[in-house]
Design a protein around this ligand. Sequence first.
Ligand code: UD2
Length: 301
Amino acid sequence: MNLKFVAVLLFLVVVLGLKYPQPSITHGRTDVVSVTPWLAPVVWEGTFYPVLLDSIYQKRNITVAATVFAVGKYIRFLKDFLETAEQHFFVGFRVKVYVFTDQPNEVPKVKMAAGRELVVRSVPNSKRWQEISARRMEIIQTLIEETLKNDVDYIFCLDVDSKFHSRWGTESLGELVAVIHPGYYKDDRSKFPYERRPASRAYVAPGEGDFYYCGGAFGGVLAEVHQLAQTCRKNFEDDAKEGIEAAWQEESHLNRYMWLNKPSKVLSPEYLWQDFKARNSEVRVIRFSGVIKNYNEIRPN
Ligand code: UD2
């Protein structure tokens, strides 16, 4: 969707009145569940009208931030990430993409549309990939406190080794937003790779847990994401002082957090698929997907 198209849509909405199919409460998708037991929407293709949602948020004049980390060899994923974000991520809205990298000079020059901005910040490298991944929480917390506070309405924190393939827009907005991991959504929760050692602050006991959520994509309003980042950071650091690192670093802490603080919107695995997985039939659209990578070659340890 380009800006011209958005302008036409806005014209339709404002001048002619918005036209969209009549909603129904008895007909809709029957192959997936589109609401959690705590009544948060689960976003799947076919459960929302993009034009209607965009018209609601255009009136609110929102700004959306995205954070992405490209440290060490992960810088190679940045170009595709940024270029595809231009094509699919909140097109027609004000967007600020914050890139955190140890190689600011290597950040590719990607042409950003009007109203969209790229901000590059330096961060140190680390000898351990676990630390690079987990330290994101601390940096996101500080970014919200020092920079975004009065400037931005929503924030999404995304993995760089991924590309957008289709719309990711206003349907994803909510107070606290989590994405269901594509690898486990048909499994019994006993199989989820939660942290299982009670000594860790990321511990999830047997019989607990709703879904297994991705560390590679989460978001919401600033206050909620700040609370999440601060809590996960503190728990990660307090664990570290006792010599414990959760099974999946900040992803484990995020899962514990989302169990205690239910997300107000849940995004289906359309919002973070993995390229090595064949598409399942209920996934009608892959919007964002992790690329295939050789861990041994790109990680520092
Ligand atoms: C999963 C999660 C990831 C994180 C990790 C646990 C998904 C899709 N991915 O993926 O978010 O929770 O488990 O640690 O849910 N990075 C660098 N340089 C490095 C290493 C990492 O910049 O050397 C950044 C980069 O933005 C990358 C992210 O950290 O996308 C996560 O690292 P990963 O992709 O190696 O983690 P992975 O695939 O195990």
